[in-house]
Design a protein around this ligand. Sequence first.
Ligand SMILES: [Zn+2]
Length: 428
Amino acid sequence: MTDLEYLIHHSPLCDTHEHLRTEKQYVEQGPDVAQGVFSHYIRDDLRTAGLSEEDLKRLDDASNPDLEARLAPVLRVWPHCRNTGYGEAVSYLALEFLGVEEITVRALIEAAPQWNALRAPGQRLRILREVAGLDHVQIDDFSAVRRPDPDDAGGFFRYDLSWCAMACGQIDPAALHKATDVEVRDLESLRRAMAEVFLRCGPHAVAVKTQHAYMRTLNWSRRTDEQAAAALGRVLGHEADEQDRLCLGDWCLGRGVELATEHGLPIKIHTGHYAGNGRMRLSWIDPGGLCELLIEYPRARFVLMHTAYPYGEKLVSMAKHFPNVWVDFCWAWSIDPAASSGLARRLIHAVPANKVFVFGGDTFWPTMAAAFGWQARRWFAVSLAGQVREGELTESAAMGVARRWMCENQQIFFSLSPRSRAGDHEVL
Ligand SMILES: [Zn+2]
């Protein structure tokens, strides 16, 4: 192993994006071995390869003791998916946590007790911190109301403040009243409620996050108060159409960006590829639709998530041009490891080194987050080592990039204190 590879595999890695379930949910309702090995994104590839919803439902029926019946249909399709990024992460998970080299029904049945031990109290934190070597984890639990987390493990777990419903123009007066004591009747009271959300919840958040690209186009334009007030009236009267929601969503996103900036919080925006199957409109997820927003708010700090895949080339141009844009590889290594590897190379030679975050797993359970972490380390190491071999970078320059992208940039950007945990975790 070269010094560069050692550094990438052994240094703490900041995890800027997960949807982790709580310790209680993991211990009490977490996945069994069949659900856990084939959890989350691999199911998208399995469906694309031909697995039916009925077979996935059967896999998920943990009350059925017949593991063979649950796993057999999945394992018939699995060989088609084992080389994809999602499939590779599944293989890492099975090998590193269960010692399973070849995933078979028999191997998983035998590994079930080992799997169950991974769901004991305290394992969630141990897996993430000690086994995966993560510096800290930023969680989007889809919540628009943030309270301090009594179980944040000394700042290891950080949380995003969700602004997704707002950016979709979905206003829930009852929820806003409960969270802020403000009754939303018109634009001015909505503005007050938003300010109150930030006053109460901003101090407990590490960033503002929105994945509205799943529900609407990323295209943003400035909306006047007059336009937004008319749209809000129709939203509250349950007679809004799509244009009303886009108008109000744009207005609310603008206010959210202003408030986030006032409170020193960055804004993370989902760009690019969808999780799931059969519903993606490429025109909605194009990061170019955000340019008006980036121009409108030069003092805000925008994190464009998931490398905007497959719009990586546009993202390089945007990150190069806009001082208020940062690039986040969260989830990207598993979507398309080869494209991410190529994008890393392009970003190194086109965009300043302080503008990139290299990892986020974007998943629900610690075992899968750890597997995505190992995968990111491996492909990042392959990408940088290749550049050193080709003479595009010296090894010491590549090590400088690795340190910045893996941890230093995140610590500065999110105002975190360094944990200096290098070398004290088990690694792949
Ligand atoms: Zn996510």
